[in-house]
Design a binder for this molecule. Sequence first.
Ligand code: NAI
Length: 439
Amino acid sequence: MRIAMIGAGYVGLVSGACFSDFGHHVTCVDTDQSKIDALNRGEIPIHEPGLDTLVASNAKQKRLNFVTDITRAVGEAEVVFIAVGTPSRRGDGHADLTYVYAAAREIAKAITKFTVVVNKSTVPVGTGDEVERIIREENPEAEFAVVSNPEFLREGAAIRDFKHPDRIVIGSSDARAKQVMAEVYRPLHLNTSPILYTDRRTAELTKYAANSFLATKVAFINEIADLAEKVGANVQEVARGIGLDNRIGAKFLHAGPGYGGSCFPKDTLALIKTGQDFEAPLRIVETVVAVNDQRKRAMARKVAHAFGGNLRGKTIAILGVTFKPNTDDMRDAPSIPLITALQDMGAEIRVYDPVGMEQARKVFENVTFCDSAYDCARGSHAVTIVTEWEQFRALDLKEMAAIMACPVIVDLRNIYAPDEVVRNGFLYSGVGRPQSVAY
Ligand code: NAI
């Protein structure tokens, strides 16, 4: 099968590489010339474990290539995926569909035969209808069907998630398109991943509902963590106690600094907007967004609490700035509002992240960028663990205590046992555990 993948970002590049690994011929198209040049030099523009070898081996076997010119890629393809960004629109929180519609116009001009146009980007209900209208308007002769096929992969585990998804959702009422999609996903289906066929609008809504539900779990457990701190209970054990119930499930019940990243914040907002537009308000999701927004500053207050609420003259070391481990993605990372809040309180900030430093330099101002966790901790009054990178899980606490101006650890991911840290001479603050504040 010949596939064109429009957009070679986190989703397009991973999907394109995985499809080619299954034996399809994939051309990834991106308007960003520097990205395509880098890929053609064998450089991967994002950090995603395993992606470099996957891309290299499939590019070598000529099943995967990278271009900026859409015409030939679409002209030769039986299936064209749209995997461009759908960020929040500045000012109102609706999904910005500019890139999707621009891609649709380009695709329309390049269609030469019956083509299945698949929306993999996360888009509001009705976007498929608009993509269909645009293509028809641009090229009235075109033979095509528009399908919704939302993507559920997670950055940091994207290849595994793509190759072994919990489910594949395909939204279309066109019999020919469904047959083509079944062929595209046949290798995954044989891996026993179920395919859910539905109509296009249902598929579009399913993606937003999934992300908003997961965001709700995170916001919920964070509020339980706050209560646990007040009543002397342990949120990790509560999470285990409820998560072992199959009806609830164990995932997304880790208390922490609130969700962030390239999907949850924008997708919850976009769903709220759709709800408002259709007079079916999503009050639970509205509350989740508010709770999550407030959490970042609350975490800054947690740091300040160690110093009687005043951070003037204090240096805070931030370990981990990407929104989660194993990615360099800083979009809407919790570290951003957290660091702003700490700076507002007068703190000097030092920052270290194992792979996110290049992105961090584009985002943060007036912070000191460091070369390692220890370099970051040196001379600081508190170390705050914001992203739970593996390499932060076994820091040499004795060494840390020796190089810090004041031995305080604020562990926003609960990756340390409080008593172990306190035994090493630290003041320790975690999230939602009885010994959360051990000073
Ligand atoms: P991204 O920003 O990493 O990549 C988008 C790419 O599209 C960029 O390289 C951009 O240059 C390119 N592009 C924009 N307009 C184009 C055009 N007209 N023609 C060709 N290329 C064009 O975005 P990301 O993270 O890959 O997200 C893509 C979509 O997938 C979004 O809707 C997102 O919500 C969704 N999604 C993202 C996930 C993630 O973990 N990042 C997971 C699941 C869904």
